[in-house]
Ligand binder design. Structure first.
Ligand code: NAD
Length: 485
C-alpha cells in the first residue's frame, strides 16, 4: 500500500501549556502509529500528573485574566477567526487527520468542516445568549447571573478526533472558561494543531492548554485535579464509569458522551432504496468507528430476504483502500489493538450468525488495519454481536414480525444513543420514536446534525445533553440574584 506522508508533519508532538510547546516534565514519550503500515511515525509527549498540574495552573491563572470578562461579541470574534482558520486549511487538516486515524480522506474533510461549523455556531450562540429576569410585582426583581465555571477538563476519543475536540472546545471557550484538553493517545496529531490556530486567532496564552498522554496517567490526573470543576468526557461507557467514580469525591460537573449500539429499524412500508443507502452509510462510513453508527439493523420479515440480499451486495461493493485515496469509502482502522478487537468480534459473529459479506481482511491487503465490510444476518438478540459495541465496519441484521417486537429488539441492549426509523406511516413513525430508548432519533434520515438540538444518550450511552444552549448551560453556573424592591 503506497503511503505519502502529508506535508507539514511535525517532528514530534508536544504539550501546549501557557502558550508554549513543551515536553513532559519527566521527558517521557510514547509511540504513535500510522494505521496503514502500523509503523511508528512520530513520538508524542507522555503527560503525567506533573504536566497536568502545570496546565491547570496556567489555565487557572488565565481564568483570572481577560478571557472570561470579555464581552460576548469580542469572544465571538475570536471564535469566528478560529472557524475561518480551520476552514482555510481544511484540506491540510483532513490530510493530517487521515494520516493519523486511517479515516477516508473525503470523510475527514467533512469532519474538518464540521469542526469549523462547531466554532461558528457557538460563536453566534454566545452573542444571542439571553438570560431570564423574573418580576414579583411590588416585591422583588430577580435575575440570572451566568458565569463561566473556571478550568474545564476535556477528555476526547480517537474517532474523528479534531471534530469531537471542537465540539467541547467551542462551547467551553465561548462560555468564557479556560481549558485543559487531553486527547486520545491513539490519535494525538490533529489536537496539536489547535495550538497554532488559537494563537493566530488571538486566544490569550493559558486559555487553551493541551496535555497528551494515556488515560490512566494524564486523563486520570485531570479528573482528580481539585481545581478542575468540570469534566466533559467522550469515550467508552466503561471508561465513563471509572471517571464517574474518580470524580465523585470532588463533586465535579460531568458530561458523558458514551458508547452505542444503535438500531436502524426498517419497516416494509419504507422507501427501500433510501433505507438501504442510509443504513449502509450509517454503519460503514467513518470506518464504522462512529458512536452513532446504526450497527444493528432490524428489518420487517416481509421484506427481510430482499433487504438482506441487496444490503450484502452493496456492502461487497464498498471500496476499501488507502485512506488518502479520494475513491476510498472504508480506510484502515485506527490502531492494531482496535483492529484485533474488531476482528475478534468478526470471529465471534461467525459462531453466532450467518455471514453474508466480508468476514476478515479484504483480499490483497497484506498489512495495515483493514477489515472488509462485514454483514451478519439472522442475528439473535442474545448474540454478543447484537449486544456489544464493536466500533468497526461490522453490522448485525435481525428480522422482526410486528411493531411490538421491533421495539423490544431495539430497546433490548444496555445502550441508548441513537435510533434510525424507516417507515412512511406517520403514526407509526412517531409512536416508535417516542417509545425507543435513544437520546436521538432520525426518521427516514441519516445522521444529520442540527447543532441546536440536544446531543446525548440514555442508559449506558451517556449522561447529560449538550447541543445548543445545553452546552452553554453545562459550561456555566447560573446564579440567581434576588433584589427586594
Ligand atoms: P476510551 O474510553 O478508551 O478513551 C477516551 C478518552 O478517555 C481517551 O482520551 C483516553 O485516554 C481517556 N481515558 C481512558 N481512561 C481514562 C481514565 N481512567 N481517566 C481519564 N481518562 C481516561 O474511548 P475510545 O476508545 O477513545 O473511543 C471510542 C468510544 O467513544 C466508543 O465507545 C464510542 O462509542 C465513544 N464515543 C461516543 C461519542 C458520543 O458522543 N456519545 C462520540 C464518539 C465516541
Amino acid at each position: 500500500m503506497s503511503q505519502h506522508a502529508p506535508d507539514g508533519l511535525p517532528d514530534r508532538i508536544q504539550h501546549f501549556i501557557d502558550g508554549k510547546f513543551v515536553d513532559s516534565v519527566d521527558g517521557d514519550t510514547f509511540d504513535v502509529l500510522n494505521p496503514v503500515t502500523n509503523q511508528v511515525y512520530i513520538k508524542a509527549a507522555a503527560g503525567k500528573k506533573a504536566d497536568i498540574d502545570l496546565a491547570v495552573t496556567a489555565a487557572t491563572r488565565a481564568f483570572e485574566g481577560t478571557w472570561p470578562k470579555l464581552p460576548p461579541r469580542q469572544r465571538s470574534r475570536v471564535l469566528h477567526r478560529v472557524a475561518d482558520l480551520v476552514e482555510a486549511q481544511d484540506k491540510r487538516l483532513a490530510a493530517l487527520e487521515t494520516w493519523d486515524t486511517g479515516l477516508p480522506i473525503t470523510q475527514a474533510l467533512g469532519q474538518a468542516q464540521r469542526a469549523a461549523e462547531n466554532f461558528r455556531f457557538f460563536a453566534d450562540l454566545i452573542v444571542a445568549q439571553r438570560d431570564d429576569t423574573y418580576k414579583v410585582p411590588g416585591r422583588q426583581m430577580n435575575y440570572v447571573n451566568r458565569k463561566p465555571k473556571g478550568v474545564a477538563g476535556l477528555i476526547t476519543p480517537w474517532n474523528t478526533p479534531f471534530m469531537l475536540e471542537s465540539w467541547k472546545l467551542a462551547p467551553a471557550l465561548a462560555a468564557g472558561n479556560t481549558v485543559v484538553l487531553k486527547p486520545a493517545e491513539f490519535t494525538p496529531l490533529s489536537a496539536s494543531l489547535w495550538a497554532e490556530i488559537f494563537r493566530e486567532a488571538g486566544v490569550p496564552d493559558g486559555v487553551f492548554n493541551l496535555v497528551n498522554g494515556f488515560g490512566e496517567d494524564a486523563g486520570d490526573a485531570l479528573v482528580k485535579h481539585p481545581d478542575v470543576p468540570l469534566i466533559s468526557f467522550t469515550g467508552e461507557s466503561s471508561t465513563g464509569q471509572i471517571i464517574f467514580g474518580n470524580a465523585a469525591p470532588y463533586l465535579k460537573g460531568l458530561s458523558m458522551e458514551l458508547g452505542g449500539k444503535s438500531p436502524a429499524v426498517v419497516f416494509a412500508d419504507a422507501d427501500l432504496e433510501s433505507a438501504l443507502d442510509a443504513t449502509v452509510f450509517g454503519v460503514f462510513s467513518l470506518n464504522g468507528e462512529r458512536c452513532t453508527a446504526g450497527s444493528r439493523i432490524l428489518v420487517e420479515r416481509s421484506i427481510y430476504d430482499e433487504f438482506v440480499e441487496r444490503y450484502a451486495e452493496r456492502a461487497r461493493n464498498i471500496v476499501v483502500g488507502d485512506p488518502h485515496d479520494p475513491a476510498t469509502e472504508v480506510g484502515a482502522l485506527v490502531h492494531p489493538e482496535h483492529y484485533d478487537k474488531v476482528m475478534s468480534y468478526v470471529e465471534i459473529g461467525k459462531n453466532e450468525a450467518r455471514l453474508v459479506a466480508g468476514g476478515g481482511r479484504p483480499e490483497g491487503f497484506l498489512e495495515g488495519n483493514y477489515v472488509a465490510p462485514t454483514v451478519f444476518v439472522d442475528v439473535q438478540p442474545d448474540a454478543r454481536i447484537f449486544q456489544e459495541e464493536i466500533f468497526g465496519p461490522v453490522v448485525a441484521i435481525t428480522p422482526f414480525e410486528s411493531d411490538e417486537e421491533a421495539l423490544k429488539l431495539a430497546n433490548g441492549v444496555k445502550y441508548g444513543l441513537a435510533a434510525y426509523i424507516w417507515t412512511n406511516d406517520l403514526k407509526r413513525a412517531h409512536t416508535f420514536s417516542q417509545g425507543v430508548d435513544a437520546g436521538m432519533v432520525w426518521l427516514n434520515s441519516n445522521n444529520v446534525r442540527d447543532l441546536r438540538t440536544p446531543f446525548g444518550g440514555v442508559k449506558a450511552s451517556g449522561l447529560g445533553h449538550e447541543g445548543g444552549y445545553r452546552s452553554i448551560d453545562f459550561y456555566t453556573d447560573q446564579q440567581a440574584v434576588h433584589i427586594t424592591l
